[in-house]
Design a binder for this molecule. Structure first.
Ligand code: HGY
Ligand code: MN
Ligand code: MN
Ligand code: MN
Length: 417
């Protein structure tokens, strides 16, 4: 198996791979599903439990923990110079409803492991080091994704973000109060000197090329829409087809169009309809209304503009005279990460002897927003079959440890600069 960095060339400081792996197994129990994944939606009591777990362990090694008014948690280990803005690591602890044990989680737990390693070796950094847990990264419960890192970076106002509701009508702000993680610090008033986010790739590239480390140079553009189609409820038996206004038949054509538009912009475009609600959802009633979501992504914002225009045109054709509306929910432009941070990751991977390659992230990450306010980059490690947002998501212990050692090395090199 690949080395975890202890045998690599250069310094011999390394994380404890067993302790890191055990922390992943331990937190995977909070919201564990029968199929071996995790369901730990943002701002639920399970989210509170894993936040409490994280805060307790950071405080146990002397960190000062602060929480901002979007629930972002910052666990700070002081450096020699408190005047310096902290070098941050971190990611997110919330999951998809059928999430895996690694998405987001390894970024936060590798950060904890990094602080534990510095603590037990007594290494003093120049700058403070902070591990961050960003609230509501997934966007599955409260859309859009990366809501709190977005507020942190000034992409959304806190008021708008706190008014976002889940499918049951619960407000983000209300749910945040309910779990007791609405902190005092105004979100976005917490300067960082750099952010490094470790994450699984969530795609097949690293594994296919036998690479251990992804040197992430940026994140593709992504846009979310909500579509409502209005037809007319009717009797499934007595309503002739020619008199129907079947909202689901129209929505089905629109879903097909999303797939066609992604295919028309292959190989880099992706399009997904992931959530659909058919109303009244009764087997012998002609559907009167359908609500569904669209997720379009591409490395180029200009191509996303083309895809969006094509989608609106196709929907007008698909509607077949039924009323419909397309609401813009989220527009996250493509982002390029910081050259010096990318170089620190590249040199750390090389210094530790891990096979690496540059890669652009298909998935969204908090780093994609934080990059607007601090020098930022990411480190990827492979996941089996590139599978993620799936309870079968898995990663190798050696790869996670390798990613954590690259994170440690990149942070210490940045601190010395
Ligand atoms: O949607 C995304 O890419 C991220 O996993 N929230
Ligand atoms: Mn993630
Ligand atoms: Mn995710
Ligand atoms: Mn993320």
């Amino acid at each position: 198996p690949v080395g975890t960095g202890t045998s690599g060339r250069g310094g011999n400081l390394a994380v404890d791979p067993d302790r890191l792996w055990n922390s992943i197994a331990e937190t995977a129990q909070i919201g564990a599903t029968a199929k071996g994944g995790i369901c730990r939606l943002a701002l639920t009591d399970l989210d509170r439990q894993v936040r409490d777990w994280f805060v307790a362990r950071c405080e146990a090694i002397g960190c000062r923990v602060t929480v901002d008014d979007m629930g972002n948690i910052f666990a700070r280990r002081e450096g020699r110079n408190p005047a310096l803005a902290p070098i941050a690591v971190g990611s997110h602890l919330d999951t998809q409803p059928t999430g895996g044990k690694y998405d987001g989680i390894i970024g936060v737990l590798a950060g904890l492991e990094l602080l534990r390693t510095l603590h037990e070796t007594g290494i003093k950094t120049e700058a403070p080091i902070e591990v961050v847990n960003w609230s509501n990264e997934e966007g599955s419960r409260f859309a859009p994704a990366m809501l709190s890192s977005g507020v942190f970076a000034g992409a959304f106002s806190r008021a708008w973000a706190c008014d976002r509701t889940d499918r049951g009508g619960e407000r983000f702000g209300t749910a945040l109060e309910a779990i007791g993680y609405r902190g005092a610090e105004p979100c976005g008033q917490h300067p960082l000197s750099a952010l490094f986010e470790l994450h699984i790739e969530q795609g097949p590239v690293l594994e296919a090329e036998n690479k251990v480390i992804g040197i992430v140079t940026g994140v593709q553009g992504m846009r979310w829409y909500e579509v409502t189609v209005d037809g007319q409820e009717g009797h499934a038996g007595a309503t002739p087809m020619r008199l129907r206004q079947d909202a689901l038949l129209t929505a089905a054509a629109m879903v097909r169009s999303v797939g066609d538009i992604a295919a028309a912009h292959a190989p880099d475009a992706v399009g997904t309809v992931g959530l659909i609600e058919c109303r009244p959802n009764s087997r012998n009633v002609v559907p009167g209304q359908v609500f569904f979501t669209v997720d379009l992504r591409h490395p180029s914002d200009a191509v996303l503009d083309e895809m969006e225009a094509a989608m609106r045109a196709r929907f007008a054709e698909d509607a077949r005279g039924l009323g419909f509306r397309v609401d813009d929910v989220w527009n996250k432009p493509a982002v390029r990460f910081d050259g010096e941070c990318i170089a620190a990751v590249r040199e750390a991977a090389a210094g530790l002897g891990f096979p690496a390659r540059e890669i652009i992230s298909g998935a969204g990450h908090d780093a994609a927003y934080v990059a607007a306010v601090a020098p930022t980059t990411m480190i990827f490690v492979p996941c089996a079959g590139g599978l993620s947002h799936n309870e079968a998501e898995s990663a190798e212990k050696d790869h996670v440890a390798a990613g954590a050692n690259v994170l440690l090395r990149a942070v210490l090199d940045t601190d010395r600069r």
